[in-house]
Design a protein around this ligand. Structure first.
Ligand SMILES: [Fe+2]
Length: 408
């Protein structure tokens, strides 16, 4: 009799333990599905932000993202976990109806996409055609006694503990390019991008950065768009961009954030300082007898794709968004300089960047991409409308061109 009672209690305990185990497992699965859902909505934001939409439209699209990122986990817990099949209370997946399976399938696609993205991030390697010869990080606030964050918009974000917005990485990179004319050997390019003058990060930050980079001599200075986020701050241009000089000139294009402001007056403020606006066109330079052609592409927001000449010995394209890479390859552009994606601004451990306003999602968030016949350098930029940087430092890069590297 005692034996029967003991085995009955043991069986009941075992059933209870098994039920708790499956409830916890299902809770974890619902959590993973919620992450998958969020990943798909992030992709939606990245994709929609790659098109020419006004700020107000983009804001509405982001509200849709916020709504579904929050709503779907609640639906998963209440619809699948508590009500319906009651997955959190010992229910079975066999009891899901077709609509529920549809939601699970949607979230699973997002989870699979995140997994692929993570694997790609983990396996990423800089092309052998690039050598980082120097990389130093400078805390710009150490150079001045005044605060570099004002009381402007997003100031709380800028002051968030762990935010690395004021730590700038100064890079020296050497690119080995096949077909580089001898006359362009050791040509140096200062690549700067995405300064986003909004006012929250003060003018002094940009002045200090310019003081650092103006000490190095370069052949070309190239700015790849997104300078102004607040029209009155075009006043800052003479004390910042105006302090930089390339031996063969300074070249620029504008970006989508300049398009939100008054691009014509921004262009005028920069060209008044003898910078060359290469938007929708190309200019040909004679460098010791070699023809270096520089073009600018502000599409899809402004202008049109520049048409390169077949007579050029080397083609350099400034394109605000890396999405223009495929079209640059069709024109056999040798080197594309780009920005726009800011490296994602926040790079998660293991997973990497999430938000990157591109049709290619995070593929071209930042770095060098060697896809013959073209190479593309995507700068993480120096700032952003939202002044937040985590594991993704603001960047200024000085590039030196070399001919193809031969293995010894
Ligand atoms: Fe930008």
């Amino acid at each position: 009799m005692l034996n029967i009672c003991t085995s009955g209690v043991l069986a009941a305990t075992s059933i209870q333990t098994s039920s708790v185990f499956w409830s916890v497992t299902n809770l974890i699965v619902l959590g993973l599905l919620s992450i998958g859902n969020a990943a798909l909505w992030v992709t939606y934001v990245n994709w929609t932000h790659s098109f020419p939409q006004r700020c107000s439209t983009l804001q509405k699209l982001r509200i849709v993202h916020d709504f579904f990122v929050v709503l779907v986990p609640v639906v998963l817990v209440f619809w699948l976990g508590i009500a319906g099949p009651g997955l959190l209370f010992g229910g079975s997946w066999e009891n899901l109806n077709p609509w529920m399976w549809g939601l699970v399938g949607f979230c699973s696609i997002g989870l699979a996409k995140l997994l692929v993205q993570t694997i790609r991030y983990q396996l990423r390697q800089s092309p052998s055609t690039m050598v980082v010869t120097e990389s130093r990080v400078e805390e710009i606030s150490n150079r001045t006694n005044s605060s570099l964050v004002s009381s402007g918009k997003y100031q709380r974000l800028a002051r968030l503990p762990g935010n690395e917005q004021l730590r700038v990485e100064f890079n020296e990179k050497t690119f080995h390019l096949g077909g580089l004319p001898e006359e362009l050997e050791e040509l140096t390019i200062l690549h700067i991008s995405d300064w986003h003058f909004l006012g929250t990060i003060t003018k002094e930050f940009f002045v200090e950065v310019c003081e650092i980079i103006s000490n190095d001599s370069v052949d070309l200075v190239c700015f790849t768009g997104d300078l102004i986020d607040s029209q009155p701050l075009t006043d800052w241009i003479p004390d910042t961009l105006g302090k930089l000089t390339g031996r063969l000139g300074n070249y620029f294009i504008l970006g989508n954030h300049d398009w939100y402001q008054e691009p014509a007056s921004i262009r005028k403020a920069i060209t008044d300082l003898n910078w060359v606006d290469v938007s929708s066109r190309t200019v040909m330079l004679d460098v010791d007898g070699s023809r270096l052609e520089i073009g600018g592409d502000e599409t899809p927001w402004m202008g049109e794709e520049p048409k390169f000449s077949t007579a050029a010995d080397f083609k350099l394209l400034l394109a605000h968004t890396p999405d223009r890479f495929s079209s640059a390859k069709q024109q056999r552009v040798n080197l594309v300089l780009s920005g726009h994606n800011h490296g994602g601004q926040v790079q998660l451990p293991i997973i990497g960047p999430l938000y990157s306003p591109s049709r290619h999602d995070t593929k071209y968030a930042s770095g060098l991409f060697d896809e013959p016949p073209s190479m593309m350098h995507v700068s993480r930029g120096l700032a952003g409308r939202h002044p937040l940087r985590i594991r993704c430092l603001p960047e200024v890069t000085r590039i030196t061109l070399h001919g193809e590297r031969h293995s010894s």
